[in-house]
Design a binder for this molecule. Structure first.
Ligand SMILES: Nc1nc2c(c(=O)[nH]1)N[C@H]1C(S)=C(S)[C@@H](COP(=O)(O)O)O[C@H]1N2
Ligand SMILES: [Mo]
Length: 167
């Protein structure tokens, strides 16, 4: 027993350490985002599916800013990209964001890790209709980092996002 108990304790600790912080729950509402590719957490055969409530429970950011797509100071809010990456256990270098109109952009993972880039789910507090470039819109922290306000980042500001592939 004296030898077995510490061994069991070590095993239990190893199991706890290996387990993800919290298993990815299953969506109960309409799926608005599917994450595939180099991820360790999935909740369906398609990869990691999210409904809006799951996304909005992740740590997020809300900020007032000017963008090329809106008029005047506008409030954007939604989950931080890095929190989505964390939730799916992303292991890669690139986030490929695909939109409903089949536009896609390759976003270096640093853009989500080093910057407070969000997948905006609300504009001025209201859900974003597809007509208004929703349901999800990659929004860089243009308010905090004016140096991002240029074509390089505009082209990565994918609207109508429906899927993300981690490469
Ligand atoms: N869904 C979607 N997002 C997109 C695009 C697109 O065609 N579809 N164009 C991208 C590019 S290349 C740029 S420069 C900006 C352009 O925004 P604008 O057409 O309003 O100038 O949005 C980006 N996001
Ligand atoms: Mo562009």
């Amino acid at each position: 027993m004296r030898r077995i108990l510490p061994a069991l304790a070590a095993l239990a600790l190893a199991l706890v350490a290996a387990a993800p912080a919290r298993a990815l729950e299953k969506p109960t509402g309409k799926v608005v985002l599917v994450v595939t590719g180099a991820i360790s957490e999935t909740n369906s055969d398609h990869g990691a599916e999210f409904d809006m409530a799951m996304l909005e429970r992740l740590p997020g950011r809300e900020a007032m800013m000017k963008t090329p797509w809106t008029e005047g100071e506008t409030k954007f809010s939604g989950p931080l990209g890095r929190e989505i990456l964390k939730a799916v256990g992303a292991k890669g270098t690139t986030v490929v964001a695909r939109a409903l109109d089949d536009y896609s952009a390759e976003i270096p993972i640093e853009d989500f890790v080093d910057h407070e880039t969000i997948l905006a789910s609300r504009i001025n507090g209201a859900a974003i209709s597809v007509r208004d470039k929703g349901p999800l819109f990659v929004i860089y922290p243009f308010d905090k980092e004016p140096s991002l306000y240029n074509e390089k980042y505009f082209s990565r500001s994918v609207w109508q996002v429906k899927a993300i592939e981690i490469r």
